[in-house]
Design a protein around this ligand. Structure first.
Ligand code: XMP
Length: 511
């Protein structure tokens, strides 16, 4: 079945992915493409949205794509830079703005466009973020809304399904932004709202069956959301021809290997658990540089996975839990467009499993959509709601060199912290949490005895994508109880601190 679909042309705005997520929330399928790579199949799209941009349309390097295949031929919504670009190139005028146009504003309708402003009231709050402004509308432009500081806040082009808005409907602060997108896409462009987790599952299973036939597929499970959902989807499509490998690198959380393996088995997956803890710890011996640790772990993983994949006879595909943000080509804000696509090259010098054909069933989905698809597939909500956990695991939370004893100490500390978050109902309020074992000893007293033991730092952050983060204001009572529990129960630790650094400038992990 062919879904209706929307094309989002990206001019490099930090909000472009947010536009796509809002559109998807309306159950409409959309794709982001860079402005200078307009798909040749543009006529297959039902509507087009032009994104914002850090550029000024008057700048020399500014994106100036040819819109002749789109303008007047497809329903078009131009946002912020898009609205300025449309004006600039159609006889209007864009100039630097005299007043600061950043933050909240309120709409005043000049001409109440019934379909476009349906269910949106006069005074509705919108979010502005621009330094240029549209001084004169383009040819055939009709002003439809203003704000106090921005006269040309929204306009349309007479005789076309072309609309332009200076504000950002995709951000949370534009109160009726989602309604406006729905008005444009559904009421004006007539796009079907037919993209749902259920339809995604049904169609993907069918596609996978056609693509894979009786072929065998190998997949590395990490215990995280993406690889788990990819596995269940593939399992639904090809059953026992999916071979899952779950490697214990010895750097997972306490009891995680056993409990997650059991969960996977419970889901009916054909999964092999491989305990390679010793191999990883040996590879890490004496290494204290964070990047060298990552490399050693990456190499050990490739060796273990390659050994295991070799034992599956006639396997021809490698499945990966790649998601949409990993494959969107991004437009660089500081120069020409840059491609940041992850790809696999079938060239020599790679381990054998990387020469397999690659299948990535989740590569059209955002993270929250992966979770919804997982829920549709009946995956345990606890597994779907798990915090992100780094591939190198506790290795980058043990500062300095790694020993089995340090791993044991940190596993105990981490378990008290994470279980506590769950017991206090705080786990789902936190985006990611963990403990760091510091390479310092400090003096303490326990009973009448002087101690000289390890210090641990607890970290809990709020974030949406890990790119920026802020520390979570956990209740004092919780921190107090957690600290007491750790010091009383974990031998070798006599001091607990809480990390109150935001990212930037600090990172989430300490290494
Ligand atoms: P930072 O420390 O850079 O972390 O603020 C951002 C997010 O990325 C995770 N992270 C990693 N994940 N391999 C991974 O798979 C790594 O080497 C790695 N380093 C950091 C981190 O846990 C956080 O979610």
């Amino acid at each position: 079945m062919q879904h209706n679909k929307v094309l989002i042309l990206d001019f490099g705005s930090q909000y472009t992915q947010l536009i796509a997520r809002r559109v998807r929330e309306l159950n409409i399928y959309c794709e982001i493409h860079p402005y200078n790579k307009i798909p040749t199949t543009v006529s297959d799209y039902n509507a087009v949205i032009l994104s914002g941009s850090p550029f000024s349309v008057r700048g020399e390097d500014a994106p100036h794509p040819d819109l002749s295949q789109i303008r007047g031929k497809k329903p078009l919504l131009a946002v912020c830079y898009g609205a300025q670009y449309l004006a600039h190139f159609s006889g209007g005028e864009v100039a630097p703005s005299n007043t600061r146009e950043y933050g909240r504003a309120n709409l005043s309708f000049i001409k109440k466009e019934e379909a476009f402003f349906d269910n949106i009231n006069e005074g509705s709050q919108v979010w502005m973020s621009h330094s240029d402004t549209i001084k004169h509308l383009p040819e055939n432009g009709i002003l439809i809304a203003s704000t106090r500081d921005v006269k040309n806040a929204a306009y349309r082009i007479e005789g076309e399904e072309t609309y332009a808005i200076q504000f950002h409907p995709e951000v949370y602060h534009s109160t009726d932004g989602k309604q406006l997108l729905e008005n444009f896409l559904v009421h004006i462009a007539g796009v079907n709202q037919d993209w749902t987790p259920q339809s995604f599952v049904e169609e993907t299973v069918e596609e996978l069956q056609n693509k894979l036939g009786n072929d065998k597929v190998v997949l590395g499970l990490s215990g995280g959301v993406d690889s788990s959902v990819a596995a269940v989807l593939l399992h639904k499509a090809i059953g026992k021809n999916l071979y899952c490998i779950f490697v214990n690198n010895g750097l997972l959380r306490k009891n995680e290997f056993e409990s997650v393996l059991k969960q996977y088995e419970g889901m009916g997956l054909n999964v092999k658990g491989v305990d390679a803890s010793k191999r990883f710890l040996d590879a890490l011996a004496g290494i204290d540089d964070p990047e060298k640790k990552r490399k050693a772990i990456g190499n050990a993983f490739i060796e273990v996975f390659d050994d295991e994949a070799h034992q599956i006879k006639d396997v021809t595909w490698l499945a990966q839990g790649t998601i949409y943000p990993d494959v969107i080509e991004s437009v660089s804000a500081t120069g020409g467009p840059s491609a940041t696509i992850k790809s696999h090259h079938n060239v020599g010098g790679l381990p054998d499993f990387m020469k397999l054909k690659v299948v990535e069933p989740l590569k059209a989905l955002f993270k929250d959509e992966v979770r919804r698809v997982g829920a549709t597939l009946g995956i345990n909500p606890e597994l779907l709601g798990r915090h992100p956990f780094p591939g190198p695991g506790l290795a980058i939370r043990i500062l300095g060199d790694i020993t089995a004893e340090k791993v044991r100490i940190l596993q105990e500390v981490d378990a008290i912290f994470i279980n506590g978050l769950r017991e206090w109902g705080l786990y789902d309020k936190v985006w990611q949490a963990g403990a760091m074992l510091l390479p310092v000893n400090s003096v303490g007293v326990m009973g009448d005895e002087r101690t000289y033991e390890k210090c641990v730092a607890l970290r809990a952050v709020e974030s949406t994508d890990g790119m920026t983060a802020d520390w979570v204001n956990l209740p004092y009572e919780f921190l107090q109880k957690t600290s007491n529990d750790i010091i009383n129960k974990v031998k070798g630790v006599n001091r607990v601190v809480y990390d109150i650094s935001s990212k930037p400038p600090a990172t989430i992990e300490w290494e």
